[in-house]
Design a protein around this ligand. Sequence first.
Ligand code: BYC
Length: 327
Amino acid sequence: MYSQGLTDAKGQTEPADLLAAFQAKIDREEKIEPRDWMPMAYRKTLIRQMSQHAHSEIVGQLPEGNWITRAPSLKRKMILLAKVQDEAGHGLYIYSATETLGVSRDQLTEELLTGKAKYSSIFNYPTPSWADMGAIGWLVDGAAIMNQVPLCRTSYGPYARSMVRICKEESFHQRQGYEIMTVLARGTAAQKEMAQRALNRTWWPALMMFGPSDKDSKHSEQSMKWKIKRFSNDELRQKFIDATVPQAEHLGLTIPDPELNWNEETGHYDHGEINWNEFIEVIHGNGPCNKERIQARIDAHDEGEWVRAAAEVYQQRHSNTSKSEAA
Ligand code: BYC
């Protein structure tokens, strides 16, 4: 007979002994796999975070896709094209990992297209110059790596395993972005100015990628107990700042934060206050490019209708052929 445990969102009680065994497994650093018992709330948290992550990879193709036709050389075009394709691949791995939790890809897509699901705030900003491709690679992929390397050790097996290859590719992306910034920063005065402006545009939104400050992060405490998250939002943001300031100095560029200062006592950089009102506006659909980004995804989905229809017909014919061969 089970003792009584937590009550889930549907009013069903989850047995305390199963909950305790689940937490003990996590505390032993064993992975949770799709067929294992898991609390409803753990499943729900993972579906929320992983689908937001997958959507971010897919929507994240748009700001850079904007520059594929205008890359300054054939070599730059090939590299950018490969990077954007990598992001599509990342989205697909994470959608597949999310499907192991019992949710369909169609449902996840529907939630993105209807605005129910969030995706990373960073992709709602414009990319008006080529230098933004450098700033995105350097800072956005840099922030992504800082967040995603600990996710390689997240407690849910399929999510953790999908992160390993993604992190390797993100590392290449970060380097290619930094290389673009290096070339511009060492180029003409106009090129250096273009790089500085892209840094000014991207810096604060990149810091917002790590999520609200710890005191306002409603999911962090439980997610850290379940070892879905290994570090808090503020811890990762601070690690990112500490790693990135010397990189900006090496480029001879200035981070647009007058309060940025090395603190001998803490061994970290102090920094200015993030504009949290802007962050809240952006995640609620009111950023500079939110509507444009979702419309682009809706258009892509509509234009892909014939591909999905053709794939279904192919699958039906294929299964009919297999049946008649078997008969
Ligand atoms: N943007 O309690 P909190 C990439 C939401 S793509 C939008 O701290 P949590 C790349 C949050 O969902 C990389 N929403 O939440 C691609 C929650 O809302 P709901 C994307 C945000 O989950 C192409 C609420 O705010 N990476 O690298 O514990 C080209 C409260 O937050 C944001 C991932 O997705 C945000 N920035 O922590 C280049 C990493 N921040 O659902 C590069 C995986 C927070 O309660 N995700 N929210 O309505 C995570 O690690 C965590 O979900 C977060 C937030 C750290 C983002």
